[in-house]
Design a protein. Structure first.
Length: 546
């Protein structure tokens, strides 16, 4: 992997995903960047020397900010800012999400507006490069005053606040102080403002959100690939993607989806070519495809638009300065701010979950047609493989599976950012973003959607193989499919069982083998860098562009 530079500048979702998966990082050695960091630290020291009142430095926090602190207790204020937030339990935040959060907090501090020493930021980079990952928990943050609890578990670990903060390192769970010793560091005493700078920001929820967006965009691209296989299995027309139609309703997402689907299905022997006034009408059948085929660009277009907007919001949030107070290193002015409110992250995650549900709902309609003889143009009921066996029932249980997952995805797609309590922390945090909850729900939603897509993809593979047998007397569908989907078909077919073969579809006789290992094989091949996503080619890249 390449080394990702952290400079306080813009980090892309792809950069963050690379760090989350283990890429090494470097801190910018640009003198202008380093001097801003030192200038903001010095500005805090100078303000204290002048006797200025600074929130969280010479006062306590939140609803207790009317309590002022004597100079000899300033260091203890920073210690208590972290100490009191070792307060939660519950499910752990995933390893890769903690790495993303560390990278985002370091990037925010590198902007040079937080009043911390460079050596603190250096520890974040050291932990990342050593793959020393603090134990962080999903519960405890409302995304206002930042992710105080989860970021505390990271910040307290990198400075060695107390051995009770645990870290995964070298295959073991260790006290943070032991990890620091192995890395050549001593525990660090905090200076004024530094404790607050470590936990008062949006890096935890946004780190999770960034990884969720990376995964969500990949699964959206895969959704189009599955849809393209379904369209071929159902003998759909290419007229639904005609540029003229979408020029008459030129929403960006709709136009892009139509073009993507046209590219994915072009050259297929199974698609009815009605371009340029041709007619491929199926005699005695509907003159138009059903809505789930004909309206695909109009239905999925808004989903793609919304995901791109959400991705842009997450990238801006991931690259911003989001603690309080902020210091202008050029003038020394100290600003009491609200940049710690993670509303953009929360709304982006609500949108991601909602549109995952919508994509599943649309694909669920396609699957229902695929398994129903009245609508699937000659395919076996429930996509039975060996129809000569009178007790085979094919993929019936898989449609039941999608029918269990699709309502769950719609349920998880409900918003949470509008459901905040208004009384948090002595009514100080009387609006909050719930971004951490929104981001954690996104991971749960993506897990369910991944399972849903694996079932849908496996069903589409079976369907195109049955169609290929009807059209060309071979279950190997590669010659019948479009170039844009043949590789996806082959990757999924191989992951489920074995390479395509002419004499049998992927699921032949029900008693031959269980379906479960086939679905598990598809899921395993759907990860980043795996053969299924790699087979999507340009669509996977293009879906991320505005």
């Amino acid at each position: 992997m390449s080394i990702i530079e952290i400079s306080g500048g813009d980090l892309s979702i792809e950069d963050i995903a690379a760090i989350a998966r283990g890429a090494q990082v470097s801190l910018s050695d640009d003198e202008a960047v380093r001097s801003r960091i030192e200038a903001s630290r010095q500005a805090v020291a100078d303000a204290i020397e002048r006797g200025e009142e600074i929130y969280g430095v010479s006062t306590l926090f939140g609803g207790m900010a009317d309590r002022y602190v004597v100079p000899e207790l300033l260091a203890d204020v920073q210690k208590i800012a972290l100490w009191q937030h070792k307060s939660t339990t519950g499910p752990r935040v995933a390893h890769e999400d903690v790495r993303a959060a560390m990278a985002l907090r370091a990037n925010s501090l590198m902007k040079g507006v937080s009043g911390v020493r460079f050596e603190i930021i250096e520890r974040y980079a050291t932990f990342l490069n050593a793959d020393a990952v603090p134990h962080v928990f999903q519960r405890g943050s409302i995304g206002a005053s930042g992710d105080l609890v989860p970021l505390t578990y990271i910040g307290a670990s990198v400075i060695g606040l107390d051995p009770a903060f645990m870290v995964d390192f070298e295959g073991a769970e260790m006290a943070c102080t032991d990890v620091l010793a192995k890395l050549g560091y001593e525990p660090l005493e905090l200076l004024p403002k530094e404790g607050l700078a470590l936990n008062n920001g949006t890096g935890a929820c946004t780190g999770i959100a960034s990884n969720a967006m990376d995964r969500g965009l990949d699964l959206a691209a895969l959704t189009l690939g599955v849809q393209a296989l379904c369209a071929q299995a159902l003998l759909a027309t290419n007229q639904s993607y005609a540029p003229f139609i979408h020029a008459m309703k030129p929403h960006a997402g709709q136009v892009w989806v139509a073009g993507a689907m046209d590219g994915l299905t072009r050259g297929s022997a199974l698609i009815r070519d009605e371009a340029a006034g041709k007619r491929g009408h199926r005699k005695g059948k509907l003159i138009q495809d059903r809505y789930s085929l004909r309206c695909l660009p109009q239905f999925l277009g808004p989903c793609i638009d919304a995901l791109r907007v959400a991705a842009g919001q997450v990238e801006i949030e991931a690259s911003c300065a989001n603690d309080n107070p902020l210091i202008d290193p050029d003038t020394g002015e100290i600003f009491h701010t609200g940049n710690f409110l993670a509303q953009y992250t929360g709304i982006a995650m609500d949108q991601l979950r909602f549109h995952i549900g919508m994509m599943a709902k649309h694909l669920d309609a396609q699957l229902a047609i695929l398994v129903t003889p009245e609508f699937n143009y000659g395919l076996a009921p429930s996509l039975v493989g060996n129809s000569d066996n009178p007790i085979n029932i094919g993929l019936k249980s898989l449609q039941v599976t999608t029918s269990s997952l699709m309502p769950l995805l719609l349920h998880l797609g409900q918003p949470i950012v509008d459901r905040f309590p208004t009384h948090a922390e002595q009514f100080n945090q009387n609006v909050n973003s719930q971004a951490m909850n929104a981001a954690n729900l996104a991971r749960e939603s993506l897990d369910a959607f991944e399972h849903f897509l694996a079932v849908a993809l496996f069903s589409a593979v079976q369907a195109v193989e049955l169609r290929a047998k009807l059209a060309a007397d071979s279950y190997d569908a590669r010659e019948m499919l479009s170039p844009g989907t043949a590789k996806l078909y082959e990757a999924a077919r191989t992951a489920a069982k074995e390479a395509p073969r002419a004499d049998q579809p992927v699921h032949w006789d029900d008693f031959d083998e269980f379906i479960q290992p086939k679905i598990e094989g598809v899921i395993a091949a759907m990860g980043a860098g795996g053969p299924i996503l790699s087979a999507l080619g340009e669509v996977r890249t293009a879906i991320r562009r505005g």
